[in-house]
Design a binder for this molecule. Structure first.
Ligand code: DGJ
Length: 734
């Protein structure tokens, strides 16, 4: 088999400088990290610094990368380090560093010089560049890694830090990646939120100085801010135009991304684990491996960037990204903590009646001494509650099988209730400051996953459930509390390593679970969307974007999440939140992985019939929604109509969801919605789907339209207050 290495090519350029009559020949190594459309180009300077000389659309002629620098006559870079590929601190640097270290002798200086580099093909179309840097005085080195996914234009960057000093050193800062970008202006899109208000976008022009995106919450790290962001170059990018960088950190804990508009007007981006309260003591000859920072870049707007990212995510990152998913009925909002075997047996029947694949039993099934009948008790005591479930989970799994559906279960294994047997037995396993008053988030505390015994315990919860119930088909992994009073009894004097070791512990547990149970689908939930990133999605098949399932709110939220995560990862449930009819709620939930959290028995006959038919329709379309290309057609933040389209790679089948997002008088789709991504030469038929029983479509199915027409003129889905939600199937006509 021939492995192609298209992504990275090493070029050594010989620059000839004429000085008086003497000719000096300086060899400068230029290392372009290239993907199909883009390049990030490193250069080894005369002083052996490694700098970034270009970031953007790749040049046709690689020889010209070394010409770029000369075209910029910006103010002087006194340090010759502003464009460093990994900025060190304590020597001549004056800007935000990527790495900061206190050596074994107490000295704080670092200077990293080029030693060597190599490129390896690690898979078809995926290559790995490593650049070894060393300090000339201290026996200290950093290897920078750049993993380039050629076809999807995504690069992952991380670093490995090690030393052979005579004693431990302390890493004060240890970023994963350091970028340097030149443009006329920089527009940052960042996100903020809170419970039920996740993924609220804000766009602003970056001004000089440093803008920091970060979190210090520990577990439910994204509650107020996720690490994903966009930077538009020159002017704000739109869906189809403009240059835009997307980035995010593959780390589920505290992160920190600094965006520094430097004195030369260039943008330096440094991203990694947050060093807040985290100086890390590193022994000699030990690798400190940072998590990867991913980025992609497009000069064709946000839509192109997100489609490339989705492809990368499905192909390389998300567990079972190209696989299938289960539709489900969840009982959380139907019962909360108030259920028993009889009630659940009815719900299992409802699951079958509804026509979904699986029943998901939520919170409240466990604990006996302090039964989990509300959110104050029982977390940590993972034995079936004998009153609610006298015959255990096993009988429910069996019952589900008899009803022809699968069975899944909720756990929150990282947590403990102060009122629990676990807390009584192992207070030393709980994260809390000795001697200080306990402080709770959702009435609970976090277990110390830095402790290997706690890791075994958490692994054992899942392992036990699977061992006792081999047919268990789905896990919802919740995480409702942030970390207050960060203190690990296990780490003793090494408290400053706590936040890092907690996450490492969590990943160790998840890796063990996946080694033994590689395919069971698991939803990552965090009291809503408090935790999703591309490290976690290597273990989880899907995530819960928010507890807010009001479909109107969800249109906005799912829209923003969709820039970064493909629809297959987004668990969307039809619930009783919001005032919209069941059709509207179901249409919105279909834009991802469909589930229900309603009382089926309370649905009217026609609502039930609608849901049953919609699930069948969904099953016929889900491959397009999960694996197709996603096109954002009408932005809910820019008008009264939202429109989202999913199209298969052959461009012959698609589905378009359209919604009225403004309920003011006479608001409607006044203009046609312009489709995207179609084959202009093909002819398409549009059929309205998900019609409520008895409703007539306003869309004529006898008419066909060319792709050319649909993209240049568009099509009016006829959305109005009488038809606030319109789903359309698109098929090429032979
Ligand atoms: C928070 C989750 O987001 C909900 O879906 C539900 O599972 C509850 N936790 C259960 O406590």
């Amino acid at each position: 088999m021939i492995i192609k290495i298209p992504a990275l090519k090493m070029v050594v350029l010989i620059t000839t400088i004429k000085l008086f009559t003497v000719v000096n020949v300086l060899a400068q190594t230029v290392i372009p990290v290239e993907t199909a459309n883009n390049a990030m180009v490193l250069q080894v300077a005369k002083n052996q610094d490694v700098n970034i000389i270009y970031f953007g659309k790749k040049l046709i002629n690689q020889q010209e990368y070394s010409e770029i620098q000369r075209q910029y006559k910006q103010s002087e870079d006194y340090t010759l380090q502003l464009n460093s590929a990994y900025t060190s601190s304590g020597s001549r640097n004056l800007a935000e560093p990527a790495i900061s270290v206190t050596h074994a002798d107490g000295n704080n200086s670092l200077d990293l010089k080029y030693v060597s580099h190599q490129v390896k093909a690690v898979a078809n179309g995926v290559s790995l560049l490593s650049v070894l840097l060393k300090d000339p005085i201290y026996d200290f080195e950093v290897t920078l890694y750049y993993k380039a996914y050629y076809n999807s234009d995504v690069v992952e960057q991380w670093s490995v830090i090690r030393h052979r000093e005579k004693g431990n050193i302390t890493l004060q800062k240890f970023a994963s990646a350091n970028l340097h970008i030149r443009a006329r202006n920089y527009w940052l899109t960042q996100y903020h939120g809170d419970w039920a208000k996740e993924m609220q976008p804000e766009e602003s022009k970056l001004t000089h100085g440093i803008k920091t995106l970060d979190t210090k919450l520990g577990t439910r790290a994204n509650l107020f801010q996720p690490s994903v962001f966009m930077v538009s170059l020159d002017k704000p990018a739109t869906e189809d135009e403009g240059s835009v960088l997307y980035g995010g950190l593959e780390w589920s804990g505290n992160f920190r991304t600094d965006l520094e508009l430097d004195p030369q007007d260039n943008l330096r981006i440094i991203s990694g684990i947050n060093n807040y309260a985290s100086p890390y003591v590193l022994k000699p000859n030990t690798d400190f491996v940072t998590p990867a920072f991913w980025y992609t870049f497009s000069d064709h707007g946000k839509g192109d960037a997100s489609r490339k990212l989705h492809n990368w995510a499905r192909n390389y990152k998300i567990l079972d990204g190209k696989g299938s998913r289960l539709t489900l009925l969840n009982n959380w909002e139907a019962t909360y903590f108030d259920f028993n075997e009889t009630k659940l047996t009815e719900l299992l029947k409802d699951t079958k009646k509804l026509g979904v694949d699986l029943f998901l039993l939520d919170d409240g099934w466990f604990a006996n001494k302090y039964p989990r009948n509300n959110d104050h008790t029982g977390l940590g005591d993972w034995q079936e509650n004998k009153q609610k479930l006298p015959n255990g989970i096993a009988s429910l799994v069996k019952e589900a099988q008899q009803n022809g559906v699968k069975f899944g279960i909720w756990v929150e294994p990282e947590m403990v209730s102060p009122k629990s047997e676990l807390y009584e037995k192992h207070p030393d396993w709980v994260i809390k400051q000795p001697g200080r008053e306990e402080y709770y988030y959702r009435n609970q505390l976090v277990l110390d996953l830095a402790n290997p015994k706690v890791q075994d315990f958490v692994f054992g919860i899942l392992d036990g459930l699977f061992t006792r119930n081999p047919n268990l088909a789905y896990i919802k992994w919740d995480c409702n509390a942030v970390i207050y009073n960060a203190y690990s009894n296990y780490l003793g004097k090494a408290q400053s390593q706590f936040y890092v070791e907690y996450m490492r512990g969590l990943y160790k547990v998840l890796a063990r679970i996946r080694a033994k149970y590689p395919t069971v689908p698991m939803m990552l939930c965090s009291g809503g969307g408090g935790r999703v990133d591309y490290a976690a999605l290597q273990y989880f098949t899907e995530f819960w974007p928010s507890d807010n399932t009001d479909p109107l709110e969800r249109i906005f939220m799912q829209w923003e999440y969709s820039y970064f995560y493909p629809a297959i990862t987004s668990s969307n449930h039809v619930t009783d939140w919001g005032k919209q009819p069941i059709k509207f709620r179901t249409d919105v939930a279909m834009m991802g992985k469909l589930g229900f959290d309603i009382v089926v028995s309370r649905l009217s006959a026609t609502d039930l019939q609608f849901c049953q038919e919609a699930i069948k329709t969904y099953n016929s379309l889900k491959q397009i929604i999960w694996q197709g290309d996603q096109y954002r057609l009408a932005n809910p933040r820019e008008g009264s109509v939202a429109s989202m389209m999913y199209l298969d790679s052959a461009k012959t089948s698609g589905v378009i969801f359209n919604y009225l997002v403004n309920n003011r008088y006479d608001e409607k789709s006044r203009l046609p919605v312009q489709f995207k991504g179609l084959n202009p030469a093909l002819t398409y038929r549009l059929t309205e789907i998900n019609l409520y029983p008895g409703a007539k479509s306003s869309i004529e199915t006898t008419k066909v339209y060319t792709g050319d027409f649909l993209m240049k003129i568009g099509f009016n889905p006829i959305v109005n207050s009488g038809r606030p939600s319109v789903a359309i199937r698109l098929d090429a006509v032979k």
